[in-house]
Design a protein around this ligand. Structure first.
Ligand SMILES: [Zn+2]
Ligand SMILES: [Zn+2]
Length: 162
């Protein structure tokens, strides 16, 4: 399959004529995060939104394979730490050719996908260990300080039974 690469277009807009059969067309776009207005109360999009799309024509449809990378400034709901994390997404979009004009513009749909894939729980990382309810340390950074005490307690209880 022939592959055409177009870099740094201003918008994810492509002339349908350019997407021919047996040919992939790639578009890359880097958008300042603030220009897409994605922020919610606990997530702020920072730096850039990087989008790579591969367009292919399959019979009467245009298929779009989209890879999106965003940077988000969040407050973790488990450990309460402020942090910036990178989120990568990949999704497919498809469009019936008959419903399109001369151009296909995917920016709005890409933006929607980013918002739809929003996590219910905002975490600094998937396996965030959170804060120990006992000694209140951030378990991602420090070891729990209650461990030692509970071991001592167990030893004490064992001794009692002897
Ligand atoms: Zn966390
Ligand atoms: Zn603890």
């Amino acid at each position: 399959m022939r592959r055409i690469r177009v870099n740094r277009s201003n918008t994810m807009k492509i002339e349908l004529e350019k997407i021919k059969k047996d040919q992939e067309v790639e578009l890359s776009e880097v958008i300042p995060a603030e220009s897409w207005d994605l922020d919610s109360f606990d997530v702020r999009f920072v730096n850039s939104i990087c989008i790579d799309c591969t367009f292919t024509r399959v019979s009467n449809e245009i298929l779009v394979d989209a890879r999106v990378k965003t940077s988000r400034h969040i407050t973790c709901s488990r450990c309460l730490r402020d942090t910036t994390c990178e989120v990568k997404q990949r999704f497919q979009l498809n469009y019936g050719i008959n419903n399109l004009g001369d151009f296909l513009e995917v920016d709005r749909d890409v933006r929607e996908e980013i918002l739809l894939n929003f996590p219910m729980k905002v975490l600094c990382r998937d396996d965030c260990k959170g804060i120990c309810p006992g000694c209140k340390v951030n378990l991602n950074i420090e070891e729990c300080k209650c461990k030692k005490n509970s071991v001592n307690k167990r030893e004490f209880e064992t001794n009692k039974h002897e």
